[in-house]
Design a protein around this ligand. Structure first.
Ligand SMILES: [Zn+2]
Ligand SMILES: [Zn+2]
Length: 351
């Protein structure tokens, strides 16, 4: 049996590189040779045991690669083609997919999130792509692996925060937290035509990147109360759209408090424990607030659109890759990324 190296979740606190069998390819699958991948904040939640997955699962959900083998029923692709696959791999056939909620595939909450959650993921030399014809998205000529590495999750998720927040031309948008996803939400707000983008974080490097991606005002929450500052900046109106990009009570609440009546709180964070809604900020339920949550949109058409934005030069996320590790040393990469050391934004993992 041929084997491959893979990063495997063993138990909370332990993800290790092991030899695993190269998966068999069934009719509708494709086998991808992974050429580049990365670690997501969600993988850190898995490592810490805050998001439960089965011990023995290969983690990772952001693959860039080359088609190694195609299932017998897969048409329209060729072995050797360079592709990316979204973090979310919808089937493209079920009622949820056909109803426009493909991230909630097959009627399950988060049902489209399979890589590194319910099936083996891509922090490995090879990954099996389910429902290949719905998910393999060819990389346009001229784009490097690093240029498209953020498309499968970070860019898709971040930009969806602005899309599902319904950002309109001339809106004032606030983005709470400027990690990789928050930064992409900032880029998304600019793409959607916001006239003023206010971002909140405390890490100088992230605030600098935020400005490069379209932020007009940056608020360091260590020195400034973001809600008071945003209220002042908007002449007491509040923002049209607040994007939450961390998954904490604090950022959720800031978002709600900074919002105008009738505004949209677009929530991207992964929450754990309990989330409470302060009734005063919610106008006792009568403020026409819309709270909208989003799981990363996936599927090949979404990936094609995102890569077309990269190709056009409208957004360049290469600067997110601050560190590079071979797959062999992914445990070090997790340690660095989980502890946010050395100004890390994203780590590229080369199998
Ligand atoms: Zn992710
Ligand atoms: Zn589906």
């Amino acid at each position: 049996m041929k084997t491959m190296k893979a990063a495997v979740f063993k138990e909370p606190g332990r993800i290790v590189v092991e030899e695993r069998p190269i998966p068999d390819v069934h009719a509708t699958d494709a086998l991808l040779k992974v050429t580049l991948t990365t670690i997501c904040g969600t993988d850190v939640h898995i490592l810490k045991g805050e998001y439960p997955v089965a011990p023995g699962l290969i983690v990772g959900h952001e693959p860039v690669g080359v088609i190694e083998r195609l299932g017998s029923a897969v048409t329209g692709y060729e072995v050797g083609q360079r592709v990316i696959v979204g973090a979310i791999t919808p089937c493209g056939q079920c009622y949820s997919c056909l109803d426009g909620h493909s991230s909630q595939c097959r009627g399950h909450a988060m049902g489209g999130w399979r890589f590194g959650n319910t099936i083996d993921g891509c922090q490995a030399e090879y990954v099996l792509v389910p429902d290949a014809m719905a998910n393999l998205s060819p990389v346009p000529q001229g784009l490097t692996d690093e240029q498209v590495l953020m498309c499968p999750d970070i860019m898709s998720t971040g930009i969806s925060g602005a899309e599902n927040g319904g950002v309109r031309i001339g809106d004032i948008v606030a983005v709470f937290a400027q990690g990789p996803i928050g930064l992409c939400a900032t880029a998304g707000a600019r793409l959607r035509g916001a006239s003023r983008i206010i971002v909140v974080d405390a890490v100088p490097e992230r605030l600098r990147l935020a400005r490069a991606l379209g932020a007009d005002d940056v608020i360091d929450f260590n020195t400034t109360d973001p809600v008071a500052a945003i209220t002042e900046m908007t002449g007491g109106r509040g923002v049209d759209v607040a994007i939450e990009a961390l998954g904490k009570q604090q950022t959720f609440e800031w978002g709600l408090r900074a919002l105008k009546p009738g505004g949209v709180l677009s929530s991207l964070g992964v929450y754990s424990g309990k989330l409470s809604l302060p009734v005063d900020a919610f106008a006792a339920g009568l403020g026409d607030h819309l709270i909208r949550t989003t799981l990363c949109p996936g599927g090949k058409e979404r990936m094609r659109r995102l890569m077309s934005i990269v190709q056009s030069g409208r957004v360049d996320l290469r600067q997110f890759v601050t560190h590079r590790f071979p797959l062999d040393r992914i445990e070090e990469a997790y340690e660095l990324f989980a502890n946010q050391r050395d100004k890390v934004i994203k780590v590229a993992i080369v199998p």
